[in-house]
Design a protein around this ligand. Structure first.
Ligand code: ZN
Length: 437
């Protein structure tokens, strides 16, 4: 037992307290679905009506629980349960309330509601955590689906952490309204003058760690029959946006196979070589996926009976491990050079665009795995395919971790399929973390 451990934080009592808190969580999710849903799905527009309704609903629930509510200049909402030591850096349990257009009810909001439910469970057990616990309802995580001209999504967390370029206030245009980010901030009662690079609204030194619960956006937990996952990293990517393979057009009836410089066969060989390398790395336990989403011959020049002289294609490689991405980039370049030499073609790959993966905090990951074990929750460690606010917190130097909750049907769809029982498993894990450090 460590010094912060308190009676009542053990498995059975905690499970019962979380079970008692879940009707509140269910009612909040139902209220959100009723008020921000339509026939095609859920729409909670950043700094628009739906997101604002969500923030107001969360604040009302938090006030009912006796939490202290505060807002920053970006409109992010902070709901705080005071801990035993008000000077100790606080836990931040964060997620977003906005959605993509016609998305689902759980992507984002489930994480905020899970934070409130975890606090309700601690309150029911009369556990006062060692440090303040702040549930943060973050603005505009899905900004990439709403704004053009922003340097990526995650606007609310980037504003809170002082990571937003000031120019984005005017270059980011919400595509449904045609209005700038600045205009929307002002309309929502926020203060764009206080927002920008280096102007953090949240002091990282005051944060012990950031923890985010999110529905899994793929089918892995569903297929493995596990309620929760502990996220290892948020995948980065290496992409070839418009590579070409150049061979030689020839008469398809008259040119013997050995004389051909066939761009389709050469490109196919490259794709299969990448597939083989994926198999090798995956079976060695590495995180890796890749997509060749476009493959084309030129409709103006190709024909059924002509040896194809040119292929354009794309390549998107993703991994949570920067070394795996580097290995794959080197492999693709070497394989292309080898195939080109043997087949008399030329690959113009054009250079990879690179987005660096975010490896989440190792100590927190281990704590989550230990917590799941202590609670008897079957869990697995897994990478996140989608981006999340947690990567911005890591970027700002705040130790961050994520819990995934099993979810059928994927995310950003109207029929996201998380159950309240699975959410309760994630809430138990959050409450365990809060009670134990
Ligand atoms: Zn999300």
């Amino acid at each position: 037992m460590n010094e912060n451990e308190q009676p009542g934080a053990g498995g059975a009592a905690l499970a019962e307290a979380v079970r008692a808190a879940m009707p509140m969580a269910g009612a909040l999710l139902e209220d959100l679905a009723q008020r921000t849903g339509g026939p095609k799905g859920i729409t909670r527009t950043p700094w628009g009506d739906g997101e604002q309704y969500g923030h107001d609903l969360m604040a009302k629930a938090a006030e009912g629980m006796g939490l202290q509510c505060a807002r920053d200049a970006a409109g992010n909402l902070y709901m705080t349960l005071p801990g035993r030591d008000p000077k100790a850096p606080a836990w931040l349990i964060g997620s977003h309330v906005d959605s993509v257009p016609n998305g689902g009810n759980f992507d984002g909001a489930a994480g905020v509601i899970a934070g409130l439910a975890a606090i309700a469970a601690l309150q029911a057990l009369s556990i006062v955590p060692a440090r303040d616990v702040t549930v943060m309802a973050i603005r505009a995580e899905e900004a990439g689906s709403w704004f053009s001209g922003a340097h990526g999504g995650h606007l609310g967390s980037r504003m809170a952490l002082g990571l937003l370029e000031v120019s984005e206030l005017d270059t980011a245009i919400r595509t449904d309204s045609g209005q700038s980010l600045r205009t929307h901030l002002l309309a929502a009662g926020c203060d764009p003058e206080r927002i920008g690079k280096g102007r953090a609204l949240l002091d990282p030194a005051g944060v012990h760690a950031y923890l985010e619960l999110h529905i899994e956006q793929g089918p892995v937990l569903e297929q493995r029959g596990l309620p929760v996952g502990v996220v290892t990293s948020i995948r980065g990517n290496s992409r070839l946006r418009d590579p070409r393979c150049l061979g030689e057009y020839n008469h398809g009836g008259a040119t013997p196979q050995s004389f051909r410089r066939d761009a389709v066969i050469a490109t196919s060989e490259l794709v299969l070589a990448i597939d083989g390398k994926w198999r090798e790395l995956e079976s060695a336990g590495h995180d890796l996926i890749f997509t060749v989403g476009k493959v084309s011959t030129d409709p103006k020049l190709h024909s059924l009976s002509k040896v194809p002289g040119e292929v354009t294609f794309t390549l998107d490689i993703r991994s949570g491990d920067p070394e795996v991405l580097a290995t794959m980039r080197a492999f693709v370049e070497a394989a292309a050079a080898d195939i080109a030499r043997r087949r008399g073609v030329r690959f113009e790959l054009g250079g990879f665009s690179i987005s660096v993966p975010t490896v989440l905090d190792a100590r927190l990951r281990q704590r989550l795995v230990a917590g799941a074990d202590a609670l008897g929750l079957p869990a697995m460690e897994m990478a996140s395919g989608g981006g999340h606010d947690a990567q911005e917190f890591m970027r700002a130097g705040i130790a961050s971790a994520m819990i995934f909750v099993r979810n059928a049907n994927g995310s950003h769809v109207a029929n996201e399929g998380m159950t309240l029982d699975d959410l309760a498993a994630g809430v138990r894990l959050i409450a365990w973390m809060l009670a134990h450090e």
